[in-house]
Design a protein around this ligand. Structure first.
Ligand SMILES: [Zn+2]
Length: 341
């Protein structure tokens, strides 16, 4: 995989491909493509998961894409794939529905984007992951007793170990049956005994924010009602997750949502059952988190995306790099990654 390439070698390759024109030639030869960028939060704060992008970095991504006239809505991006016109288009997507997504409107004029809302979280506190991260970062106990979870106790007094621990815990929690997720997180939070309470208000968009975004042309899509891993959920509950989130959005927005994002979104997190249910419920597209550029043969219910988190397109020196951004998202670096997978 590309991550194994030395960052310096990767950066040098991106610079060469971008500034020699090789990237442009590659894009021209390849026919139409659609890169769907995936964002979660727009904030400057440190994030233990690769899920945040600063508003200023986001504004630069948008500026670069606008300068090339490649930025379109998801719907127009799909239309582009069905044409014979060469060259890439880009669509922007946001998952979960965080309040800080209102920073989209700080870009003038606001870019087209699709925002996927978890309907049970509207106006409430964030997903369990951030509750868990907050508890570990503010733990009152130096040692986390995970005996009840079938894991050994972990020393959490050294903050540099937190990202790895969080990753490990998050992966184990995601593997649980959906109904066990919240109680397990509650127990881990209790074991960490955080000294600061979780700031619970204002983490997620309420209806005011959602309709403000919609007024500015942001398309609102569904991301289930409670964000379970659908492939681990039984038929009745999968159906319920889709119907409830659809009807909550239909009532709140005054129109039928047309776009859907699978929670977690890896190839193993959904299947044909979900695709069929979404098509029957009137959805036109569904996005995954599988890193892939979309071509004319892409299934509209299995759209690939590229995670555009803060550190993604940075040079080894830490600078945001236009060459890396374009080479990774529609150029030779992206091709090299897909080929090596
Ligand atoms: Zn999500």
């Amino acid at each position: 995989m590309m991550h194994e390439l030395l960052p310096l070698a990767k950066y040098a390759f991106a610079l060469m491909a971008h500034y020699s024109g090789a990237d442009s030639v590659y894009r021209w030869l390849c026919g139409p493509s659609l890169a769907v960028l995936m964002y979660h939060r727009l904030r400057d704060d440190y994030d233990p998961a690769p899920l945040s992008t600063s508003p200023s970095t986001f504004a630069r991504h948008v500026g670069w894409l606008r300068a090339r006239r490649w930025l379109v809505s998801l719907e127009d991006g799909r239309h582009h794939l069905s044409t014979r016109r060469r060259g890439p288009r880009y669509a922007l997507t946001f998952d979960d529905g965080y309040m800080d997504n209102l920073h989209i409107l700080a870009v003038s004029p606001p870019p087209p984007a699709t925002l996927y809302v978890v309907t049970s979280l509207i106006g409430g506190s964030s997903l369990w992951y951030y509750r868990l991260a907050h508890a570990i970062q503010n733990a009152g106990n130096p040692v986390l007793d995970l005996g009840f979870f079938g894991m050994e106790s972990v020393d959490i007094s050294d903050a540099t170990t937190h990202p790895r621990l969080l990753q490990l815990l998050a992966d184990s929690i995601k593997a649980l049956p959906p109904r066990d997720v919240e109680p397990t997180v509650d127990r881990i939070v209790a074991a960490a005994a955080p000294t600061e309470p979780m700031p619970d208000a204002g983490e997620m968009l309420g209806w005011d924010g959602i309709s403000e975004l919609q007024t500015h042309g942001i398309e609102i899509g569904a991301h289930t009602h409670t964000h379970p891993l659908l492939s681990k959920t039984d038929d009745t509950h999968v159906r319920e997750e889709i119907t409830v989130s659809t009807s909550v959005l239909r009532q709140g927005l005054g129109r039928q949502p047309r776009h859907f994002a699978y929670p977690n979104g890896r190839a193993q997190d959904f299947g044909q059952r979900e695709v069929d249910l979404l098509r029957n419920a009137g959805y036109a597209t569904a996005v995954t988190t599988v890193e892939r550029l979309n071509r004319s043969d892409t299934d509209p219910y299995r759209i690939g995306r590229i995670n555009a988190f803060e550190a993604r397109f940075r040079s080894p020196g830490g600078r945001l790099s236009k060459a890396l951004f374009f080479s990774e998202t529609s150029g030779l670096l992206g091709w090299l990654r897909q080929w090596r997978q």
